[in-house]
Design a binder for this molecule. Structure first.
Ligand code: C2O
Ligand code: CU
Length: 465
């Protein structure tokens, strides 16, 4: 395969000898969670907004009192936040001043191949590339991250992610919480040495035991006693989150990967696998000022063990609230009749730490086309995780898809009824997803979105012709 091409030696090996920080020594809820910085374009011409970023390493405080070197867009950790409008183009020039090649992918974006950030479309150190995003899709919770073949996993782990909110007028008219009451939160895990530097090792699920929200370890966030809209992003390489409020309260999930759901879902748990998003409204108006309530993660926590904290909300004030969550948020397009069925099988080597990953029993090779799709066709893909113990998820570039079935049961309610680009597959699970391939022709990838698995080869190429 192409796994060795143009790839520098990973910088992590020497560091793997370092001693891990003891996570219990990191104070909980001692730092304030930042709101990602919304960037103004460098210039606007007609309906196109132009941005430029320099990918660079900077030092930042993730753990109180320690400096950590991270890889960033323009020094932002968490990443910068681009707000774009449906129908208005965004052009981003990315200059690479990192010690690694990069390729910047707009996750969930409907974009031409030349701007998709495919794994071998590399920006070498010192180089730059301009990406054009037509934004010819409705409201969506997108993000951008490195996708350079075999090094995306380390680059993302070291910070190379950013937020991209695509808004449209029908969404605006709904009156959902907005302005300071609408913000993205990137939730992930990480591993640190006792100097506060990140330790990256491939497929290192167990080592990554510090949880970050918007780039801080276990932060707090002060809120008013009113409704907030949080766009939750799972930017962890491999960890899945099933999030709950510590008092068991319900929240309203209003959207996911591909924007708003048809109707809000009232739920006491929010599931996001690596790369997935959940758009959630939490109403703090029932809490007296002075109340603290945490987001906790219940995924992979054995029965009887308390769930692990993520983030603490502190209700510190009251505020007027004219926002609402309408009972009807959107009408999704009717599902066209599919004309093609395919099977996709996901697997990693379960019994060796440095195993390979496979789609349809093949390791990713960028020179190979694995599926040819006729432009305009509607296809149903039956995707199976044949592993016994390892979860996966599944992400397709270019399209937003619909989940038809999970383990033979039609998906008719809940957050998976929305437009999706990434979907969970626990060991042994099988799902059916449907997508219509329009807009652009060309080669795009689909893969497990656990970045370490993708880097281990769990990725394939489709060509829309
Ligand atoms: Cu978020 Cu192909 O990736
Ligand atoms: Cu996987």
């Amino acid at each position: 395969g192409g796994a060795g091409l143009l790839i520098p030696a990973l910088s992590s090996e020497a560091q793997a000898q370092a001693t891990d920080i003891d996570p219990t020594t990191i104070p909980k809820f001692a730092q304030e969670m930042p709101v990602p910085e919304t960037l103004k374009p460098d210039r606007i011409s007609g309906t196109t907004a132009y941005y430029s970023f320099e990918m660079q390493e900077v030092e930042t405080e993730i753990i109180p009192g320690k400096q950590t070197t991270v890889r960033t867009f323009d020094g932002h950790f968490p990443g910068p936040w681009i707000k774009a409008c449906s129908g208005h183009r965004v052009v981003v020039t990315q200059k690479n001043n990192l010690p690694s090649p990069t390729s910047i992918h707009l996750h969930g974006g409907h974009v031409p191949e030349s701007s998709d950030g495919t794994p071998m479309d590399l920006i070498q150190p010192g180089g730059e590339k301009t990406y054009t995003y037509p934004n010819s899709q409705p409201n969506a919770n997108l993000w951008f991250h490195d996708h350079a073949h075999h090094v995306e996993s380390e680059n993302v782990f070291r910070g190379l992610t950013g937020f991209y909110t695509l808004m449209d007028l029908p969404e605006k008219a709904l009156g959902l919480p907005s302005g300071a009451y609408d913000l993205p939160i990137a939730i992930r895990d990480a591993r640190f040495d006792d100097n506060g530097q990140l330790i990256y090792q491939m497929n290192d699920f167990r080592g990554r035991n510090v949880i970050l929200a918007n780039g801080k370890a276990w932060p707090y966030f002060e809120v008013a006693a009113r409704k907030y809209r949080f766009r939750l992003y799972n930017t962890a390489n491999m960890r899945f989150f099933t999030l709950k409020l510590s008092d068991g309260s319900t929240v309203q999930q209003i959207g996911g990967d591909g924007g708003l759901l048809e109707a809000p879902v009232t739920t006491d748990k929010i599931s996001i696998t690596s790369g997935e998003r959940a758009d959630v409204v939490i109403d703090f108006s029932k809490y007296p000022v002075g109340t603290n309530v945490e987001i906790v993660n219940t995924e992979n926590v054995p029965a009887g063990v308390p769930p692990t904290p993520v983030l603490q909300f502190r209700v510190t004030r009251t505020a007027a609230d004219y926002s609402k969550v309408p009972a009807k948020l959107r009408t999704l397009p009717a599902l066209p009749a599919p004309t093609v069925n395919r099977n996709v099988v996901l697997r990693v080597d379960e019994n060796s730490a440095d195993g390979m990953g496979y789609i349809d029993e093949k390791v990713y090779d960028h020179t190979r086309v694995d599926n040819t799709i006729k432009y305009g066709d509607t296809e149903v893909w039956t995707v199976s995780n044949v592993n016994q113990r390892v979860p996966h998820n599944f992400h397709i570039h270019l399209v937003q898809f619909r989940v038809l079935e999970r383990n033979g049961v039609p998906v008719t309610s809940g957050p998976e009824t929305g437009l999706k680009d990434t979907v969970r597959l626990m060991p042994g699970e099988k799902i059916k997803v449907q997508a219509t391939f329009t807009g652009y022709r060309g080669k795009y990838v689909y893969h497990c979105h656990m970045f370490d698995h993708a880097a281990m080869g769990m990725m394939a190429t489709m060509e829309v012709v």
